[in-house]
Design a protein around this ligand. Structure first.
Ligand SMILES: NC(=O)c1ccc[n+]([C@@H]2O[C@H](COP(=O)([O-])OP(=O)(O)OC[C@H]3O[C@@H](n4cnc5c(N)ncnc54)[C@H](OP(=O)(O)O)[C@@H]3O)[C@@H](O)[C@H]2O)c1
Length: 310
């Protein structure tokens, strides 16, 4: 397979690129000149690096066409990892035009599949396991921009005769995650012996280990019947308090936790859980890594790489 990956230097993209390389794929990656490719350092010689930005894809059109990707994975997204930017207008202006231009380029390259990464935050606040049929009610610009890109990209792909899949990813976690996210922040603080400040922790979220995320992305390219919107989660909702306590117990059960020291956000989502029936059926996919095991592996990785993180 010949694939192009945007967001390759990020948490999820780097795991996907490693998997593609392992499977023998030819992989081109879109990389900003400012990017630090530390997650890909050892496999860089095996990648075709296209230096550019989502906002300057036109100047890369020739290189992308020469790379002839059969599959495009679109994971690149400005402001993906921090809550700080969730209502920044850049969510729209930095991400929408480039994402849609990428679909047009896919058509010009004769690409057969366009696979994009959406988000649970397209849904907004739903108290039950959410199915893909439920109407998105995003409460942030991030969620609205993801929804808009997913919808428009699928319509464009249909017009161009390209198969498209849009994954509404719930929360991914695992080795190499960005420290702006809750789990890496928590691990980092606890490894330093600090008492992390936390909300009361009554939220229930659906966490999926990175290997399971990558497995679904890999299968989406291989299964010609995979098309449309898919929830990508574990299907289980874990009380945040339990997740936090498990992580603390892996590091040092005697460490104190500052539950209730932070208020909930005004737009706090309290319970999100994926209904994953559609994904299971489409590609015979199942979450394989149980949360206890996934958290243990994540803590272990951060412990071994503490020089970078802590
Ligand atoms: N992690 C999750 O739990 C989660 C949940 C739902 C959805 N998602 C989605 O999954 C995708 C990957 O997320 P992640 O966790 O891997 O995020 P991440 O670690 O922050 O990675 C984001 C990637 O996008 C690239 N990027 C940002 N702005 C860009 C631009 N203007 N042009 C080109 N590339 C740009 C970054 O490149 P640099 O290295 O140059 O910064 C990086 O490679 C995103 O679309 C995100 O919205 C993630």
């Amino acid at each position: 397979m010949n694939a192009l990956v945007t967001g390759a230097t990020g948490f999820i993209g780097s795991h996907l690129v490693r998997r593609l390389v392992r499977e023998g794929a030819q992989v081109s990656v879109l990389m900003r000149s400012s990017a630090d490719p530390w997650r890909l350092r050892d496999i860089m010689p095996r990648l075709n690096c296209l230096q550019g930005d989502l906002s300057s894809l036109t100047s890369l059109a020739g290189e992308i066409k020469r790379a002839k990707p059969e599959v495009i994975y679109h994971l690149g997204w400005q402001g993906a990892s921090s809550h700080q930017f969730q209502n920044d207008p850049a969510q729209v202006f930095a991400n929408l035009p480039g994402s849609l231009e990428l679909v047009q380029l896919a058509a010009e390259c004769g690409c057969r599949a366009w696979i994009g990464m959406g988000s649970v935050l397209e849904y907004g606040n739903y108290p039950v396991p959410v199915t893909e049929e439920q109407a998105p009610r995003p409460v942030t610009l991030y969620g609205a921009a993801k929804f808009a890109v997913g919808l428009l990209a699928q319509k464009l792909c249909a017009g161009y005769g390209i198969r498209s899949a849009w994954f509404r990813l719930f929360w991914a976690y695992g080795p190499g995650d960005d420290t702006a996210r809750m789990i890496p922040y928590l691990i980092g603080a606890l490894l330093k012996g600090e008492r992390p400040a936390l909300t009361p922790g009554e939220q229930k979220w659906d966490y999926l280990f990175i290997d399971d995320v990558v497995e679904a992305l890999w299968r989406a390219a291989a299964h010609p019947g995979v098309q449309g919107v898919y929830n990508l989660g574990s299907g289980a909702a874990n009380p945040l308090r339990e997740v936090v306590e498990r992580i603390r117990d892996f590091i040092d059960p005697s460490l104190p936790l500052g539950f209730g020291e932070l208020p909930y956000r005004p737009d706090q989502i309290m319970h999100l859980q994926a209904d994953i029936s559609r994904l299971r059926k489409a590609m015979n996919w199942e979450p394989a890594v149980e949360i206890q095991n996934g958290l243990r592996r994540t803590v272990e990785w951060f412990r071994l790489n503490r020089n970078r993180y802590v």
